[in-house]
Design a protein around this ligand. Structure first.
Ligand code: XPZ
Length: 710
């Protein structure tokens, strides 16, 4: 039987949460605090040119604005590398692995020209705070400290320890800030559960035809090479020039590089997972195209190239960023130098890209000098076991209930988080704010700004996130995760079945780790196929057969998948056991009860206008399946029909075999059994001797009393 992990609540989940509601006074204070931070010009020009006066002033500023953070007994504050800050927030439960939140103090330069308001004025106009750093990255920095301050003044004591690291030189590579903080933590023997840094957003309008915004959590980061090309030639009088000057030779070379893009690597990396998740959000016929990449991959990869942002996701980019040559108008230039900034696709390495660049340049007169380079960062996990990712996903769904999709992605820029590779395998880059293409251009560009409301929401997000991290990974448990999302005025269901086997899903003959969880078994067929519910369907569409069952005595076993079109069937799992299906009701229940066996069970629900219920059932166990007679009802998950009822529930159902009978353990008061039907289902389960485990994570606990039937 597989051993896997799930998100699980702890005792303290039963303790009241501190609601993320702030008074008018607090809201004004928080935006004024951000404005003050913007006004300090903490500019990094180059590794040797930092505004150290401003950096020091910034240290004083945060002391003044967040007094509680600096005067709480369980918080230790240290200055690292002269201007960076490390906060250690000691939690009450030392058994929980700590995590870290990152942000940076420094900003890129901002000449006044072109700005509607001066870039370091922090002025508010039409509901927006303008200024360098409002998106990159003083918003995150201030929101983290602000949220912590607000929690502390409401007597919050974290259970899980965490760190806050504020680097002072991110824009010039982070070697004196983030790198030193990371080294310090490593010297102290710290291992982190996960890292959360800047680097991605809720993206709105970046992908043609995709109308709805989606949250991209970057699980990797492109690599980079700064490559200097140099040509040395003999100098002399410009009145008798050679056939080619150093400038001409170099210009031709860099032009070749610019005109010859690196290969399109679409088809590998986190982008594929994102495309799979987003496919059904596109209108016809794009949805068909994206759902059938086995056929349309070449087409999609070409379409991605058309837009400069999506292009950056599918290949290593080549940017000619500096060009220096010439000493005087009438002197043949002895040296010409150009710098090319490559951002490496996760599927390529520095060595591979350098080789490609040399082949493209194909000119021995040009010298290659690698100024600095690093490979793309490893891909952090984004499956159900990935605590950091799951916490971000859940918090995104609760703070932004209108955002349906949270997808993994690759950060096209670089962040301080790359210095934390030695401390964790889970590095996630996400800023909880909406970003549109024009906002993207303002980062490092002109008129960088954030709306007051977006900043308040960012504070709320961190406030919620910090409280959410009391969840921890549950060990040794097979489970199914169900996500039900409701959006205002309508209910949308998406149910994800995740059968996890040692970190990878194995389903019979498919044999490969899978990431999508609707499966159907066609009558007469022997292979499971991935399946997506029809776009826009309320509830589930009926399947052309009453129920599907898939049994695996051992994970990966290919022989014991069965399809049961009948009313009641005997399932032969290694010759033992049975399973009953209710006639044509599309409901099913399977109960393996042999010691050591596990069962994952999930069912769809009847919603709104009484659409047909469909049950997908996946059970697997080791040893024999129990005998179960008579029709059994599956659980009905009904979610309130009004937006305020509930936003999202994630349910991990655990079934444990105890002395030959099944015991479902109930944890917490977060049962999804909200409606009358559900209650009766619960009773049914109780009669069957079942208890349910719902390490649930609701939109917010305050919502519970408002739910119907509770
Ligand atoms: C599907 C469409 C996806 C579109 C994605 C667009 C949004 C992505 C926003 C990316 C912002 C990334 C922030 C990066 C921070 C930054 O500017 N870093 C800088 C500085 C730096 C350089 C080297 C090493 C470390 C740091 C950089 O990347 O140059």
């Amino acid at each position: 039987v597989s051993r896997s992990k799930g998100l699980r609540g702890t005792e303290s989940q039963r303790e009241p949460r501190i609601p993320s509601q702030f008074s008018q006074e607090q809201r004004i204070a928080m935006k004024e605090a951000l404005k003050g931070a913007i006004q300090i010009p903490t500019v990094s020009f180059s590794p040797k040119e930092l505004n150290t006066t401003a950096l020091a002033e910034f240290g004083e500023y945060i002391r003044k604005v967040f007094p509680t953070v600096f005067h709480t007994s369980f918080i230790r504050h240290e200055v690292v590398g002269n201007y960076s800050h490390l906060f250690t927030i000691k939690g009450s439960d030392p058994s929980m692995q700590p995590y870290i939140l990152l942000a940076h103090i420094d900003v890129v330069p901002a000449p006044d020209k072109g700005w509607d308001v001066p870039p370091f004025s922090g002025l508010e106009r039409d509901g927006f705070i303008y200024g360098r750093g409002t998106l990159d990255n003083k918003n995150s920095l201030m929101a983290i400290l602000q949220a912590l301050e607000l929690l502390l003044i409401r007597n919050y004591i974290p259970r899980r320890s965490f760190f806050i690291a504020l680097g002072h030189d991110e824009e010039i590579s982070g070697i004196n800030g983030a790198q030193k903080i990371s080294a310090l933590l490593q010297a102290r023997g710290v291992q982190l559960a996960f890292v959360v840094d800047e680097g991605s957003f809720i993206l709105d309008g970046f992908i043609p035809y995709l109308k709805k915004p989606f949250a991209m959590v970057s699980v990797s980061e492109k690599g980079a090479i700064n490559l200097m090309l140099q040509v040395n030639t003999t100098t002399g009088h410009s009145s008798a020039p050679p056939k080619e000057t150093s400038i001409g030779i170099l210009a031709a070379a860099v032009s070749r590089l610019e005109q010859t893009p690196m290969p399109n690597m679409f088809g590998s990396g986190p982008l594929m997972t994102a495309v799979e998740q987003l496919a059904n959000e596109f209108p016809f016929p794009t949805n068909i195209v994206l759902n059938n990449l086995w056929l349309f991959r070449p087409l999609v990869s070409r379409l991605m190239e058309r837009n400069y942002i999506t292009n950056s996701l599918v290949r290593t980019t080549t940017a000619l960023t500096m060009f220096n040559a010439g000493v005087k108008v009438n002197v043949i230039p002895p040296v010409a130098e150009a710098i090319i900034n490559f951002r490496l696709h996760p599927a390529q390495t520095v060595q591979e890209v350098l080789k490609l660049a040399k082949d493209i340049v194909a000119d021995d007169r040009i010298q290659f000098h690698v100024l600095d380079a690093f490979d793309p960062l490893p891909i952090s996990p984004s499956d159900d076991q990935a605590l950091g990712y799951q916490l971000l996903r859940q918090t995104i769904h609760s703070v932004f209930p209108e955002v349906n999709i949270v997808a993994p992605g690759t950060c096209i820029g670089n962040t301080d988080s790359r210095h934390y590779l030695n401390l964790t395998t889970g590095i996630y880059r996400f800023n909880p704010i909406y970003l549109q293409p024009q906002d993207f251009s303002s980062i490092h560009g002109i008129n960088e700004k954030i709306s007051v409301q977006a900043y308040e929401t960012q504070v709320k997000f961190v406030f919620e996130f910090i409280q959410n991290v009391i969840l921890h990974l549950e060990q040794d448990c097979n489970y199914v995760t169900t996500t039900i999302t409701t959006t205002a005025g309508q209910i949308k269901w998406s149910v994800q079945h995740r059968l996890v086997t040692g970190g990878k899903l194995r389903l019979g003959a498919l044999g490969e780790p899978q990431t999508s969880w609707f499966w159907r078994l066609e009558p007469g067929e022997d292979n499971l196929r991935p399946w997506a519910p029809p776009k826009g369907a309320l509830g589930f569409a009926p399947l052309p057969y009453p129920a599907t069952c898939c049994c695996h005595p051992t994970p990966g076993d290919t022989n014991l998948r069965k399809h049961f079109p009948g009313t009641s069937c005997e399932l032969s799992s290694q010759g033992k056991g049975s399973l009953s299906l209710e006639p044509r009701s599309s409901r099913a229940l399977a109960l393996p009860s042999c010691p050591g066996s596990d069962l994952s069970r999930e069912s769809g629900g009847q919603v709104g206008r009484g659409l047909p219920t469909e049950t997908l059932l996946h059970g697997w166990g080791k040893g024999q399946l129990p005998s179960l007679r008579g029709p059994q009802s599956s659980s009905l998950f009904s979610v309130g029909s009004k937006p305020e009822h509930i936003g999202i529930c994630s349910v991990a159902v655990r079934c444990k075999a105890l002395k030959g009978s099944i015991s479902w353990l109930e944890a917490g008061s977060y049962a999804l059994w909200i409606t009358r039907e559900s209650r009766s289902q619960r009773e049914t389960q109780t009669e069957l001797g079942l208890e349910t485990t719902f390490p649930l994570f609701l939109l917010s606990r305050q919502d519970l009393p408002r739910l119907p039937g509770v």
